[in-house]
Design a protein around this ligand. Sequence first.
Ligand code: SF4
Length: 204
Amino acid sequence: MHICCAPDATVPVVRLRAKGYEPVGFFYDPNIQPKEEYDLRLDQARKLACIEGFELIVGPYEPERWLAVTREFRDEPEGGLRCPLCLGLLLDAAAQRAAELQMPMFTTTLLISPHKDVHLLEQVGREKGALYGVTFLPEAFRKQDGFRESVRLSKEYGLYRQNYCGCIYSRIESEKWRAAHPHGSSWSQEEQKKDTSGEATSRG
Ligand code: SF4
């Protein structure tokens, strides 16, 4: 189970277990910048792994590789042409690691985020799975109030919830938005209005 951040992993762990799977977490997120933010999100993933009692594998932090893959689209907004390349890098690593561990399938906690294109994730997941001979599990974690439940569990566990997706470009975009709305709600709170959950969101 590729983990983008601890809040987004809360519900997937529970739901996968309810289906009879025992997930192994894989934290591979070279998109997260700066390093302090990466360290914080990794620390929170470790905290959740302790709380829930699942194994957590940590992939290498290689932001240079991520920057090289996405550089051409650095001026794209969140949700634009940069994101498929980013997600492809993450899911490629997850599929490869699943194959190395001889696991029959893999998935990603990104599927719970209301900010991510589920169809894109499913397409990329299937392509990467086919490359390495593992099945992508397109679990609709956000359904049945999954996202709202992840917010609740994150609060209960005291998990840090970020207010930008992860890359330095999304951070700049978020900061610009907040500068333009000094008296308004935060970027994430504003984004939540697009959600059905009505809860502030982590930006995994
Ligand atoms: S906005 Fe998020 S998904 Fe898109 S490139 Fe940045 S980190 Fe990746």
